[in-house]
Design a protein around this ligand. Sequence first.
Ligand code: PXP
Length: 243
Amino acid sequence: MTKLAINVDHVATIRQARGISEPDPVSAAAICELAGASGIVIHLREDRRHIQDRDVFLLRQTIKTKLNLEMGANKEIVKIALNVKPDLITLVPEKRQELTTEGGLDVLSQKKKIAKVIEKMTAASIPVSIFADPDPDQLTAAYDVGATFVELHTGKYCDVIGENNRQHEFQLLQEAAEAAAQMGLRVCAGHGLNYQNTVPIAAIDTIEELSIGHAIIARAVFVGLDQAVREMLALIRQADSTM
Ligand code: PXP
């Protein structure tokens, strides 16, 4: 079955809005795991706008599934990752002004820098995923620098207006997933996925895991986190049964 990793940054965003200790992403992660999530994703941003260092260290101790640390290729964060030893890191581009990650990492233009980070992670036995647009050149670059996984950026597919455009973006993702798998990369996908648009992506058989945050936490406000996770898992299960 396609796995579901849940990004709990959005729980930390609510906490930080008040500057107090709740809601706690550590508690959220436990509920997600109990509801059937296969992993927990957190993004430790340079500006610490949501996830804090304390969350990273506590989640490392409490998570029973897999901790995926999203991060920019930044010296300070690399040091923290090497210390915490997540089960996986995902390299993403990071801009201070953005509301959320806006696109895939441009590996092509910074192969040396990314290769160096991957070398350090590999030496510490931490597999690396690269958040990538469905662009064959970027996928080849990700393979060349030694990534184990790519996470295909589904944002454009999710945001595009019009069925033909959506179909075009879907096709790009489908081809990219196939090309990446052919190269020997393991393939994940995420960004912008919700209860309306996830099924076709989950049905792509080369994609082994989806990373979903906002839609699940948003639904949790109304139905509770346990149910929100279970409803997404049911959709993924439905997609798998059509494969
Ligand atoms: N994957 C990556 C690399 C991301 O940066 C994010 C957003 O934090 C997600 C997946 C999850 O996106 P969303 O919150 O839109 O589900």
